[in-house]
Write a protein that binds this ligand. Structure first.
Ligand SMILES: N[C@@H](CCC(=O)N[C@@H](CS)C(=O)NCC(=O)O)C(=O)O
Length: 288
């Protein structure tokens, strides 16, 4: 327990010591003028390889792997640690100042798409893939997609923040969010005990949204919290997480706009399929 008593009126303390203290502000909007770069493809993505960013690059790489050549894209790096999400151009693409943001230049005027779930639905509908057309199957896919959008903030902003990033370890906060995170993992484990993919027999944008958060958590790749949350007990979730993680398109999608970890797995910007050629090919080839 802390001895903090909230004052009558909250005020902004820039030096709160948290990992994101330098970028968090209580107001929205641009802090500086900066136009967004535009590359050669109709689809321009402005992002970073966090789980929310990976959802979109995984879908784009899956679309390309499925033969949708119109899904070629330029992926520009937005360094959120340096506050690039507050540049005027980025704020024009996403007034919420968070990656990922997509601009589709195949329309006149170009169309902005923000919120990762909205981007997934937009692209799935644009190309007619990974979102079932049958009413029941489509609704189940959207059920799980929206579940992810509503649930992951408890995993990331709740559990991950207080377990890994907060300047003090607060047992109450860690207990509360560890409980909710485990409840969510158990839910997915049960669902994947009865279904091959999250929304049914087909691989959909629901899997692509859920995998970067819950799949990587099940593989012990998030917040170094695998042992703490006993993730090895979620066997069905792990089966699904490994199967999706082995897909070549998923391994490519994870690399785009990645700036941390193994350098051979980082592709800071992606402007062409051949950009992956500079990386170790055997790491990208499908596993037999
Ligand atoms: N609900 C949003 C969340 C996006 C989000 O939280 N993005 C984070 C990185 S994972 C970000 O850009 N943070 C920068 C900031 O908060 O200033 C989505 O799914 O698109």
């Amino acid at each position: 327990m802390t001895d903090y008593t909230p004052p009558k009126v909250w005020s902004f303390d820039r030096e709160n010591g948290g990992r994101f203290a330098n970028i968090n502000r209580p107001v929205s909007g641009a802090t500086h003028q900066k136009a967004l770069p535009v590359g050669k493809h109709p689809l321009q993505l402005y992002s970073l390889a966090t789980p929310n960013g990976q959802k979109v690059t995984i879908l784009l790489e899956e679309l390309l792997a499925a033969g949708f050549t119109g899904a070629e894209y330029d992926a520009w790096l937005v360094n959120i640690g340096e506050g690039q999400q507050f540049g005027s151009g980025f704020v024009g693409a996403n007034p919420n100042s968070k990656i990922p943001a997509l601009v589709d230049h195949s329309l006149n005027p170009p169309l902005r798409v923000f919120e990762s779930g909205s981007i997934l639905v937009y692209l799935a509908e644009k190309f007619g893939a990974f979102l079932p057309k049958d009413l029941r199957a489509r609704t189940e896919c959207l059920n799980w997609l929206f579940w992810q959008m509503g649930s992951a903030p408890f995993l990331g902003g709740g559990f991950g923040h207080f377990y890994a990033y907060a300047p003090v370890k607060i047992q109450y906060a860690i207990d509360r969010y560890a409980m909710e995170t485990k409840r969510q993992l158990d839910l997915l484990d049960k669902r994947l005990g009865e279904s091959v993919y999250v929304a049914g027999p087909d691989y959909t944008i629901a899997d692509m949204a859920i995998w970067p958060w819950y799949g990587q958590m099940a593989q012990g790749k998030l917040y170094e919290a695998g042992e703490f949350l006993s993730v090895s007990e979620y066997k069905n979730l792990r089966r699904w997480a490994d199967a999706i993680g082995d897909r070549a398109a998923v391994r490519r999608g994870r690399m785009v706009n990645k700036t941390s970890g193994d350098p051979s797995q980082q592709l800071h910007e992606r402007h062409d399929a051949s950009d992956f050629d500079t990386k170790t090919q055997d790491k990208l080839a499908p596993k037999s």
